[in-house]
Design a protein around this ligand. Structure first.
Ligand code: SF4
Ligand code: SF4
Length: 393
């Protein structure tokens, strides 16, 4: 793999130009309606220059920074999931023809996308969705096609938010493997520049037309300082030790009842989560009934309907649905796919209207861990000093 090189802001402009000339639709962070969201980028001027963000449980605000950094905010409101696995996908369209019907040929493939500014957490989430949607016996044809043609330019997170905990999950702040190119933005007395590291032959190719210079040791040290500085700014942490067994052992914990009383079952957390992949299929027709469409739409385990089998829903209480979500994310997902279903992006915390924080809920589960209670009881029985329990009273 090629050594790291340095490009400046005009080099970034050339990189975007050359991607567009190669037929990519470049999507990256931009400011819209008071938030940093993913949208089409035509020049570096479209990026959130001098914009930072504040994210806390149930809170999101952008603010001006005192510098011209282009990527000094945390996660965008949506992740790459909204591009590679859109919330509403047309599966097929049919038209009435006489007493039968014909199915329209599929739409032509849209332009391939180049995703600019993908964070480490979101890069890890893409790898998870690759496994779920494109790596098993039955693959999702739409996702697989879109993903195969996508180019990913990751960017090291320099300013994690209060809700971020990628360092706990091992997914950031420096993006791991899987990007075609990884940029680290550096602003110091030596100038505003980007350390570029190539991750694939395609990444090498797109960089070949961009004016760069070899990175010096000072550049590498400055980029490493960005990473170490970001680690110290990480807003939250999640103790991952024993998480799988903790969740399974505490299926009857009172913590679920407590969180169920606060949770609105609004589904926001699953909509913004970059790894959640539950969907439903919806059929719609026009008013005349001549045209029918079948769509795949995002769905959520927080909705009552999602667990409906014949005779009714399996998970009728909000607490049981929250338990299902968190236990799948942090425990059952590992059994299914060998990795955690959470990459530590913090979006479910930021965008929860009830400010529910999964790191706090896990801490509450730990504090009330039924296994510790049982162990204490056994020990006191063994020593002849029995702790009174509720059944004693
Ligand atoms: S945890 Fe928060 S975001 Fe998720 S369903 Fe409940 S209220 Fe909505
Ligand atoms: S569970 Fe929350 S923090 Fe974890 S990946 Fe999903 S949205 Fe991000």
């Amino acid at each position: 793999m090629a050594s790291a090189v340095i490009l400046d802001r005009s080099g970034l402009h050339t990189l975007i130009d050359s991607l567009r000339e190669s037929g990519y639709q470049v999507l990256g962070p931009t400011v819209r309606d008071g938030a940093v969201v993913l949208a089409e980028i035509q020049t570096p001027d479209d990026l959130p220059g001098g914009v930072g963000d504040t994210q806390e449980a149930g809170t999101y605000r952008i603010h001006s920074r005192s510098d011209e950094a282009l990527f000094s905010f945390a996660t965008t409101a949506q992740s790459a999931k909204s591009v590679l696995f859109p919330a509403d996908e047309l599966l097929w369209r049919g038209r009435r023809v006489g007493s039968g019907f014909e199915v329209d040929p599929p739409d032509a493939d849209p332009a391939p996308v180049a995703l600019l500014g993908v964070r480490g957490c979101d890069l890890a989430a893409i790898a998870i969705q690759d496994q779920v949607l494109a790596g098993r016996e039955l693959t999702d044809a739409h996702y697989t096609s879109r993903r195969a043609r996508a180019l990913i330019i990751a960017v090291t997170c320099a300013s994690p938010a209060g809700t971020c905990f990628c360092a706990s999950m091992g997914t950031g702040p420096k993006p791991g493997a899987g990007a075609d190119l990884t940029l680290t933005e550096v602003l110091d007395p030596d100038g505003h520049r980007f350390l570029a590291e190539v991750g694939s032959a395609t990444g090498q190719e797109v960089l070949s037309g961009v004016p760069t210079r070899p990175a010096t040791q000072a550049d590498l040290d400055a980029a490493a300082a960005v990473v170490s500085g970001a680690v110290t700014q990480m807003g939250r942490e999640l103790g991952t030790e024993d998480l799988h067994d903790l969740l399974y052992a505490n299926a009857e914990s009172p913590v679920w009842t407590d969180v169920g009383e606060r949770c609105l079952a609004c589904t926001n957390c699953t909509m913004v989560c970059p790894t959640c992949f539950c969907t439903s299929v919806e059929d719609v027709s026009d008013l005349t009934g001549d045209i029918d469409e079948r769509h795949r739409v995002w769905d959520s385990c927080f909705s009552m309907e999602y667990s409906r089998l014949h005779g009714g829903s399996v998970r009728t209480s909000t607490s049981s649905r929250y338990r299902q979500w968190l236990t799948h994310k942090l425990a059952a997902w590992t059994d299914q796919f060998g990795v955690s279903g959470c990459v530590g992006c913090g979006r479910c915390i930021t965008w929860c209207p009830a400010a529910i924080d999964l790191t706090a809920e896990v801490a509450a589960l730990r504090a009330a861990d039924v296994r510790a209670t049982t162990q204490r009881r056994d020990m006191s029985r063994g020593s002849g000093r029995r702790t009174p329990t509720s059944t004693d009273r």
